[in-house]
Design a protein around this ligand. Structure first.
Ligand SMILES: CC(C)(COP(=O)(O)OP(=O)(O)OC[C@H]1O[C@@H](n2cnc3c(N)ncnc32)[C@H](O)[C@@H]1OP(=O)(O)O)[C@@H](O)C(=O)NCCC(=O)NCCS
Length: 161
């Protein structure tokens, strides 16, 4: 049996926006036929992505030599906002997303942030379940500004480093 390639994570800055965006587009593509309000992920330019990464950072996940996932975070006034968590379809269900979330949370905690937040569509219950397993709780529900779908905000306290 071939052993699983090792998972490694790397923090990157806006100069890696192209690869971060490429992974995001590949991961979010499946929602084009599912979401009634299309995700704005699908029309973010490299410059848009670089601008978001500049507000905090991004993480890339590799399995062996293949880059299979990305995520990004913004350090806001009193919390870190984590967004655009993306794992390529053939590599899902192996804990890559969970590992990226924990790494971004730890990075924010080390910078003094005490709360992580994310926003999720209720049409994606598996994603909500993933975040609940990671310790997030729903703090707010509201209608998507561009349509009928419902979004939940979820938050998790971060322990001081
Ligand atoms: C959500 C996502 C990042 C999870 O990545 P992952 O590496 O498979 O996640 P993990 O292995 O750490 O955890 C697996 C859990 O993720 C959730 N999940 C959501 N969509 C999933 C999918 N298509 N395949 C596998 N797991 C998925 C489930 O809760 C799953 O647990 P389960 O198998 O018990 O249902 C990935 O499915 C993805 O890129 N989806 C498209 C983009 C997206 O929805 N991003 C998040 C926006 S809030």
């Amino acid at each position: 049996m071939t052993p699983e390639p090792a998972l490694t994570l790397a923090f990157v800055g806006p100069e890696q926006a192209e690869i971060v965006r490429e992974l995001m587009l590949a991961a979010f593509a499946e929602y084009e036929s599912v979401l009634t309000v299309p995700s704005s992920a699908m029309w973010e330019t490299i410059e848009d992505v670089a601008g978001h990464i500049a507000l905090g950072g991004a993480v890339l996940a590799r399995l062996g030599s293949e880059t299979v996932g990305s995520g990004r975070f913004e350090l806001r006034d009193d919390h870190v906002y984590i967004g655009r968590l993306s794992v390529l379809p053939p590599h899902r269900g192996r804990g890559v997303a969970a590992a990226m979330m924990l790494a971004m949370e730890q990075r924010a905690a080390a910078a003094g942030f005490r709360e992580a937040r994310i926003g999720v569509r209720t049409l994606l219950p598996r994603n909500i379940a993933l975040y609940e397993r990671l310790g997030y709780v729903v703090t707010n529900r509201y209608q998507h500004p561009r349509g009928d779908e419902i979004i939940v905000d979820m938050a998790k306290p971060l322990a001081p480093e």
